[in-house]
Design a protein around this ligand. Structure first.
Ligand SMILES: [Zn+2]
Length: 74
């Protein structure tokens, strides 16, 4: 199963703001074990989303400042 986490992000550099939703997938047995499941961007709005080493990096579309990043694992 999976659930959505809608966020409103604001760029710390230029103040650009907009919505971005994360989707978190969890194993069917729901056992809380490290390294299982996934975290991905569901709807990125106009944010620039990059894949980095084991992480998703979200950058501002106007000034390319890194706004947030999250591990690919919950
Ligand atoms: Zn910006």
């Amino acid at each position: 199963m999976a659930y959505l986490t809608p966020k409103t992000l604001t760029c710390p550099s230029c103040g650009h703001t907009g919505p971005l939703s994360w989707i978190t997938g969890v194993p069917l047995d729901n056992a809380p074990r490290a390294g299982r499941g996934y975290v991905k961007v569901h709807k990125s709005g106009d944010w620039t989303v990059e894949k980095a080493e084991g992480e998703t990096v979200v950058r501002c579309p106007t000034c390319t400042t890194e706004v947030t990043r999250r591990s690919l694992k919950p």
